[in-house]
Design a protein around this ligand. Structure first.
Ligand code: ADP
Ligand code: MG
Length: 378
């Protein structure tokens, strides 16, 4: 067990890292952030910021030799950095799990190998495919790059085989996956924590609404049958077992009209759709990340009250001026979280707010009212 007071390390300095640092601080830990950017949301609040590349071995030596444990806040850190650090100190999640989650092709193959249901897909490895040989049932589809996609970036719609060639050029002919566009009735996600002792804690299932490929609103608990919620948690648990995973795992699902659950993708870290846990659960997903890394018992993951989380994108800013935060703060049951980012850009996640209420409908109505008020004054 890593005792409070110890120095922890985190790869990545974004908002997920910042919320990890804040959770670690509240339990008496200190944190060093490794991030190549001079200014970062997490670097601003941590005790120490190593401003270096993720494969800068001098920086990794320093991080590994001064920290008792290191975790990551984003999946695109080189898995080799984690592998290297594991020689110095405790690491979670492990390098292999991160390598699987950061590469869509490898991730799909992993899920398929272990029998998890996915949308039909075809791996395109950068060679020019013989279009006539591609199963027409994959259209209309979405071409997704294997690496570095997020918030719908690195994806192109491909409505017919004839559009594939152009779409592949758009992807620079790199490795990608052609995925059938499924008609989903809902998108849901599960955040699971799994400790070194193999204990797991599953948060209540969130229902997620996206706009332009970016998460817009999460609703908790998802309005789905209890048996489907239980199934989603069980699938997440099985994925974690197959990966021999230690850490926080976010899994996105598609729910089809025949009630079938398909895995969309996974993230080896806390997830945007789990931000409600900051205000609506005994233990936030970030505190849970601290607990797993430090070998502490997992905290309770139950829901205290129904909650609705709304992302605040840079689109809400007018030039340098932020929205009128009173539109949120005037509501005693709304909680505002800002990530301390200096410049607002279109589509950039600047913060979020969460509304709690006695019923889900009340939380949703209030959250959507606030959201509308924020956009109305733009
Ligand atoms: P990202 O890494 O950007 O989150 P996703 O694969 O999760 O990429 O895709 C982003 C969003 O696009 C999903 O949340 C979903 O709304 C939509 N989407 C992705 N794949 C499919 C699909 N096969 N069928 C229908 N919608 C999809
Ligand atoms: Mg996604």
């Amino acid at each position: 067990m890593i005792e409070p007071g110890a120095m922890l390390g985190i790869l990545g300095g974004g908002q997920l890292g910042r919320l990890f640092v804040m959770a670690a601080h509240s339990m008496g830990y200190r944190v060093t952030v490794l991030d190549p950017a001079r200014d970062s949301p997490a670097g601003r609040v941590a005790e120490r910021h190593l401003c270096a590349d993720y494969l800068d071995f001098v920086a990794l030596d320093e991080l590994g030799s001064t920290c008792a444990g290191v975790t990551t806040e984003f999946e695109n850190v080189p898995a080799d950095a984690l592998r290297y650090l594991s020689k110095f100190c405790l690491i979670s999640p492990d390098a292999d799990s991160v390598a699987t989650a950061q590469d869509r092709v490898r991730e799909k193959k992993f899920f398929t190998r272990h029998g998890f249901a996915l949308a039909p897909y075809l791996v395109l490895d950068g060679q020019r495919p013989l279009i006539a040989t591609i199963d027409p049932a994959l259209f209309p589809g979405i071409l997704k790059s294997s690496r570095f996609g997020y918030d719908g970036k690195g994806q192109v719609s491909v409505d017919s085989p004839g559009e594939l060639r152009g779409a592949l050029i758009h992807m620079n002919n790199g490795g990608c996956v052609l995925e059938k566009r499924v008609s989903l009735v809902r998108e849901i996600s599960v955040i699971l924590a799994r400790g070194r002792d193999q204990q797991t804690a599953c948060y209540p299932v969130a229902e997620n609404r996206h706009v332009n490929g970016i998460l817009d609103v999460s609703i908790i608990p998802a309005e789905i049958e209890e048996s489907i919620a239980a199934q989603a948690c069980e699938i997440a648990r099985q994925v974690a077992v197959q990966l021999d995973y230690v850490g926080i795992l976010g899994i996105e699902f598609f729910l089809l009209d025949n009630n079938q659950l398909l895995i969309n993708e996974m993230a080896p870290r806390p997830h945007n759709s789990g931000h409600f846990t900051l205000d609506a659960c005994v233990t936030s997903q970030f505190e849970q990340q601290v607990r797993v890394l430090c070998g502490l018992p997992l905290g309770g993951a139950g829901l205290l009250r129904p909650a609705v989380m709304v992302n605040l994108l840079g689109d809400l800013w007018q030039g340098d001026s932020p929205p009128d935060w009173r539109l949120i703060l005037d509501h005693p049951d709304a909680k505002l979280h800002l990530y301390g980012k200096q410049t607002a850009r279109h589509g950039r996640k600047m913060g979020h707010f969460t509304v709690l209420a006695d019923t889900l409908n009340a939380a949703l109505a209030k959250a959507l009212n606030i959201k509308q008020a924020l956009t109305a004054v733009r």
